[in-house]
Design a protein around this ligand. Sequence first.
Ligand SMILES: *[C@@H]1O[C@H](CO)[C@@H](O)[C@H](O)[C@H]1NC(C)=O
Ligand SMILES: *[C@@H]1O[C@H](CO)[C@@H](O)[C@H](O)[C@H]1NC(C)=O
Ligand SMILES: *[C@@H]1O[C@H](CO)[C@@H](O)[C@H](O)[C@H]1NC(C)=O
Length: 431
Amino acid sequence: MKTVTLAVAAVGLLATSTLALEPLTIKGSKFFHSDGTQYYMKGIAYQRSPLDPLIDKKQCQMDAKLMKELGANAIRVYHVDSSADHTDCMKAFEDIGVYAFIDLDDFPTYIEQDGPPHWNDTQLTAYTKTLDNFAGFSNLGGVFVGNEIITRSNGSFAAPYIKAAVRDVKAYMEEKKFARKIPTGYSAADIAELRPNLQNYLACGDDMSVNVDFFGLNAYEWCGEETDYHISGYDQLNKNATDYPVPIFFSETGCNVPTPRTFKDQFAIFGPEMQDVWSGAIIYEWIQEDNKYGLIDYGSADPKTAIGGDTWARGGTPTPLPDFTVLRDVWSSVSPTGVKLDKYTSTNGPISCPDSTSGIWNVNPTSALPTLGQTAQAAEASGTPADRAAATTNSGAATTTSSQNAAGTNEAMVRLSGGLVAAVIAAAALL
Ligand SMILES: *[C@@H]1O[C@H](CO)[C@@H](O)[C@H](O)[C@H]1NC(C)=O
Ligand SMILES: *[C@@H]1O[C@H](CO)[C@@H](O)[C@H](O)[C@H]1NC(C)=O
Ligand SMILES: *[C@@H]1O[C@H](CO)[C@@H](O)[C@H](O)[C@H]1NC(C)=O
């Protein structure tokens, strides 16, 4: 484990003293504001390009102004430069009551499902640099140790490595005596075969030094007018989250088939069906690009400066698209009741760790977590012959719900945090 430089920590402390938005707290399965009201996340995935979106003050101010009109109170950012100064942008969002949820990994350091899975000091050091850079901002809502690390039904071997990352990030905050323990969670791909095992595994038992503080699900199950709370499967997601001991929310949602989007799922999430169990949703995504999930448009790219044939401008004056107006109207018409902190006693006790199921959930609930520097054994990661056979059958027969719906196109964007964007950056570096 590496030590943090004092300079970085000092920048964070300075930032705290100028910010007014109080940090969120977590009790049981809910987020709370400092005044004791419950926080329901109305978030926007905010990653305008592969590059850090939180370093351009003027851009952040323009985007924040529109996000205020939209009624957002959170952004999710997948990639930041851990050596950059984020004070101005964090302030622009803080001024409109927006909390930032930041992914700690950067392109070369995210935990991989294949390869085989590993978790090491290089990765942890990159994670803690991001953490140090943002920890001083009181509107840092939380951090993700990964986004969609597991993307296939046979990827459960990587789960202990995700939990090891949670453990080491939390140990770092403990060791460095952080004034505030930053909520640390994970954002999962929606893989039907792994539900609810992954969700439960990351929060099972009663050892909060290794468990996530929140769980995010990227789900694109609710598509169009024809569906509803039951047809979409949200009722089952809700059922399986009812006893969850920590906050759970949609860390990406917003199926865009058909368009324009109706965002009807927001009525369920923030309404009587789900408001007691879920803490809100992050809509995918702010900027319009080829995948057509955008809420705003910056116009077309200048071909002279566009990277890799990109046709979308990655900054400028944001102009609302039709989906923006729909979402604004939907969000302004929902008002989840919530519970007051002092009236709330969590009854969700520890949940048990899922049993290992050959070919589906290949994680022994009693095994120790991987140590820092550990790599899954090739034999372990490829499973027993029976596991491999089952895994092959699974991936052939049962497609994940998300790939049935939006995520065919979305997957590339989700991998904004992965290979695609790494390739774009590599291309940019060559120019
Ligand atoms: C950790 O893994 C990364 C790949 O994810 C690799 O580039 C790096 O060299 C490894 N670091 C150590 C200390 O083994
Ligand atoms: C809910 O949990 C059960 C097992 O407890 C699982 O079989 C089912 O697939 C889960 N449903 C969803 C929608 O995740
Ligand atoms: C999982 O399935 C994919 C094919 O869908 C295969 O390439 C990969 O090797 C499998 N991984 C494991 C750990 O069995």
